[in-house]
Design a protein around this ligand. Structure first.
Ligand SMILES: *[C@@H]1O[C@H](CO)[C@@H](O)[C@H](O)[C@H]1NC(C)=O
Ligand SMILES: *[C@@H]1O[C@H](CO)[C@@H](O)[C@H](O)[C@H]1NC(C)=O
Ligand SMILES: *[C@@H]1O[C@H](CO)[C@@H](O)[C@H](O)[C@H]1NC(C)=O
Ligand SMILES: *[C@@H]1O[C@H](CO)[C@@H](O)[C@H](O)[C@H]1NC(C)=O
Ligand SMILES: *[C@@H]1O[C@H](CO)[C@@H](O)[C@H](O)[C@H]1NC(C)=O
Ligand SMILES: *[C@@H]1O[C@H](CO)[C@@H](O)[C@H](O)[C@H]1NC(C)=O
Ligand SMILES: *[C@@H]1O[C@H](CO)[C@@H](O)[C@H](O)[C@H]1NC(C)=O
Ligand SMILES: *[C@@H]1O[C@H](CO)[C@@H](O)[C@H](O)[C@H]1NC(C)=O
Ligand SMILES: *[C@@H]1O[C@H](CO)[C@@H](O)[C@H](O)[C@H]1NC(C)=O
Ligand SMILES: *[C@@H]1O[C@H](CO)[C@@H](O)[C@H](O)[C@H]1NC(C)=O
Ligand SMILES: *[C@@H]1O[C@H](CO)[C@@H](O)[C@H](O)[C@H]1NC(C)=O
Length: 406
């Protein structure tokens, strides 16, 4: 009995060793410092690390996905914090355009992602590079990636937010002397796994009412309530640690915030369900507070947090959906992977014939709909082989194959 019980532990040990050894090796082999210069190429497991070691610029792939995104990840020392979805990614360069390739600075001063198949993405596409033989990209301690030509800043990631508002980042309206007016806002992901631009945006009310606003596909979803010089009516009550401020002149109006105690990193983000999440590190760990209009079941509508009631569908069955697990056989699937579960809900809610909705894919993207009358069907009973008692071959061989093929 005892020897049988020991075997899985042994397998686990082998697997962990196989995973950890190449990772440690690659980590030490690939550190480029905090700056990429002309001629350097960042690839595969290479990364830039801010000098305070809080942020890394690296390639990542969402689970079970072989294409990669370039992102900035929040790190704690050399570790990331488990238990937060989206892997602590605070910025993603190529949302909706994953690839397998490298990052470098071209001879004409552009920060480029080059796919191994030859296609490329210019990360600073909105800002023309300045001719210079001294162009570099540096990941600052604040989590801001800055492209500089000599001493002049050409482009910075803080001006092109993803779904995360870091201290020092400005959300608002900017008139640039060169280009188009820019509205800087956060855009949620399609799902926790898919960084493609999702349904919710968080920005500043363009009507100049000095408040933060969330739109769902352009429809007003939430308001922070008016800024009174110290705080907002509905958000984030009781955060003494956050110091928000508002700035406005002829060419720009924006909100920004700092953490009163700079030693503790924090941020605000908007998740794929439209919830606002406030992340704070503290003396003894971290906390994550969520502000939402619907609860996790999608049942309750809360009107006291600035949430805006959606237009009712007028369907006789009502607009409330209940989360269930079970099986429905005759789904109608749509293949638009730019849609997330909140889009599926809106489509179903407004179609009175629709009785249920779900994600089409396991990564939370796409929609499927059910139009029939749902009845709880008896669950199948099935028998599954207990693979943890099986004699697993040498897992190292399998793992190393994956490692070297990347
Ligand atoms: C950047 O990468 C591309 C594609 O890999 C390559 O063609 C180009 O020469 C590189 N530029 C520099 C300055 O290294
Ligand atoms: C290159 O690969 C990307 C995905 O990695 C794909 O979107 C793109 O169409 C490919 N381009 C060519 C020319 O094959
Ligand atoms: C870069 O340009 C400056 C000014 O044109 C010049 O003085 C310097 O030698 C150049 N450096 C290199 C490495 O080419
Ligand atoms: C701004 O004004 C427009 C037009 O009056 C209105 O439709 C919109 O809802 C307003 N935005 C907010 C956030 O109140
Ligand atoms: C907002 O700030 C005012 C003035 O400092 C204070 O009296 C009030 O309690 C604050 N409200 C909230 C919800 O934090
Ligand atoms: C809050 O931020 C404002 C503007 O940046 C600054 O003037 C003020 O001193 C800050 N207050 C605290 C308590 O940090
Ligand atoms: C507005 O303020 C910004 C930041 O202080 C400044 O760079 C800009 O010149 C100002 N614009 C005008 C029109 O005053
Ligand atoms: C960061 O790491 C330190 C030391 O391992 C730990 O005490 C602290 O709780 C961690 N902070 C977070 C936010 O995980
Ligand atoms: C539901 O009815 C109200 C009141 O008649 C109407 O204003 C609204 O547009 C209707 N909603 C839809 C989705 O048809
Ligand atoms: C897919 O969904 C997005 C988001 O709702 C929408 O903007 C786009 O037009 C859709 N594409 C197609 C082909 O329907
Ligand atoms: C599956 O096998 C493992 C290892 O022998 C054992 O610990 C576990 O109890 C088994 N599961 C069941 C449901 O029998």
């Amino acid at each position: 009995m005892a020897s049988m019980r020991r075997r899985p532990d042994c397998c686990l040990f082998i697997i962990l060793t196989c995973l950890v050894v190449p990772l440690i090796f690659s980590v030490h082999a690939s550190l480029l410092g905090d700056t990429l210069t002309v001629g350097q190429v960042m690839k595969d497991w290479d990364f830039l690390e801010s000098s305070n070691k809080r942020f890394r610029l690296l390639f990542f792939s969402p689970e079970s996905f072989n294409l990669r995104y370039l992102g900035i990840q929040f790190m704690n020392g050399t570790d990331w914090i488990n238990g937060i979805d989206q892997g602590n990614m605070v910025w993603v360069a190529n949302r909706g355009k994953p690839l397998r390739g490298t990052l470098n600075i071209s001879h004409d001063g552009n920060l480029m992602l080059t796919d191994y198949n030859g296609t490329f993405i210019t990360i600073n596409a909105e800002e023309q590079p300045v001719p210079s033989n001294d162009t570099s990209a540096t990941l600052l301690d604040t989590g801001n990636l800055v492209l500089r030509a000599g001493k002049q800043t050409v482009w910075q990631s803080f001006d092109y937010p993803s779904d995360t508002w870091l201290p020092g980042m400005k959300l608002g309206l900017f008139k640039s002397s060169r280009g188009q007016p820019q509205h800087r806002f956060l855009t949620s992901q399609v799902s926790p796994q898919v960084p493609t631009l999702g349904a919710f945006t968080l920005g500043v009310d363009p009507n100049n009412t000095k408040q933060l606003v969330i739109w769902q596909r352009g429809v007003l979803y939430w308001r922070s309530g008016m800024w009174n010089g110290y705080n907002f009516s509905y958000f984030p009550n009781g955060y003494d640690e956050f110091n928000f401020s508002y700035f406005s002149n002829e060419s720009q109006s924006y909100f920004t915030f700092t953490r009163t105690d700079n030693d503790f990193p924090s941020w605000i983000d908007i998740d794929s369900s439209g919830d606002i999440r406030v992340f704070k590190t503290e003396d003894n760990g971290w906390s994550l507070d969520t502000y939402y209009c619907y609860d996790s079941q999608g049942l309750e509508y809360s009107n006291n947090l600035g949430c805006v009631a959606p237009n009712p569908s007028n369907c006789t069955a009502g607009d409330v959906f209940i989360k269930k697990s079970g099986s429905i056989n005759s789904w109608v699937t749509t293949n638009n992977v730019s849609q997330g579960i909140s889009d599926c809900k809106e489509i179903c809610r407004q179609d009175c014939a629709c009785t249920a909705y779900a994600s089409a894919l396991s990564d939370g993207s796409g929609c499927r709909f059910f139009y029939g009358e749902y009845s709880d069907s008896p669950e199948y009973i099935f028998y599954i082989r207990n693979i943890s008692t099986a004699n697993i071959g040498n897992p190292c061989i399998f793992y190393l194959f994956i490692y070297f093929s990347i």
